[in-house]
Design a protein around this ligand. Sequence first.
Ligand SMILES: NC(=O)c1ccc[n+]([C@@H]2O[C@H](COP(=O)([O-])OP(=O)(O)OC[C@H]3O[C@@H](n4cnc5c(N)ncnc54)[C@H](O)[C@@H]3O)[C@@H](O)[C@H]2O)c1
Length: 241
Amino acid sequence: METRTALVTGAAQGLGQEFAVALAGRGYRVAGLDLIPQPGTAGMILDYVELVGDVSDPATVEEGLERVIDQFGALHVVVNNAGVYPAKPFEETTVEDWRRVMRVNLEAPFLVTRAALPYLKAAGWGRIVNIASAAVFTAPPTMVPYVASKMGLIGFTRALASALAPYDITVNAIAPSMVRTATAERTVGADGGFEAVRDGQAVARIQEPADLVSTLLYVVDEASGFLTGQTLNVSGGSAYL
Ligand SMILES: NC(=O)c1ccc[n+]([C@@H]2O[C@H](COP(=O)([O-])OP(=O)(O)OC[C@H]3O[C@@H](n4cnc5c(N)ncnc54)[C@H](O)[C@@H]3O)[C@@H](O)[C@H]2O)c1
């Protein structure tokens, strides 16, 4: 079988790094696009293409994808993982806050998918995976733009699945619970945030990035072509779901 290639956004750390390394472990050639350099990820993957830039900038995305194709010759899997999750009372949320969350979490997956599509079609096979959040169900009051952006991403996933099915390209979303990444530890997970979420789950422990890997590999699997337009809630049986 031809070696598959994957692009993971937000691959410098956290879930994106976990996904990039897991795909490489399955024999994928992997490229990562992040605002920041990705030495940790590059150090764990042979033949890694490191792209540094803003995923919400169309030119950056298009140039990045051209580099991936120059290096690997094809593209099969896109993981739209880069995201931001600021918490703020709704009354203090500015238009700039709203637009930044929408741009990174919702517009960027559109830009990346649109730019990747000709390559996925050329490969004759594709998997697009959007990283949503179980926060769309728990709806924390300080994350109104975030919840709206991830609900939008789920809508994007569903309609795009219909649009791309004729090309043998599936589109699915994965919705994690709160996951122990460095960013979450510094922000939403601090001051008892992790414990509060854990206590609402049937699985009474804090979710780790590794808990998402088997779902990602299932969704991108060659044999998962009949699974599309779905959001897989990997959230420890959260009491809210
Ligand atoms: N950690 C959690 O608790 C949790 C829970 C549910 C969903 N998620 C989602 O999972 C994804 C990853 O979360 P994480 O905790 O690993 O985050 P993280 O902060 O550890 O990693 C996100 C990466 O995305 C990059 N990034 C941010 N904006 C970017 C931009 N404009 N262009 C390019 N790269 C950009 C960052 O530099 C960072 O390296 C996000 O979409 C997040 O919403 C996270």
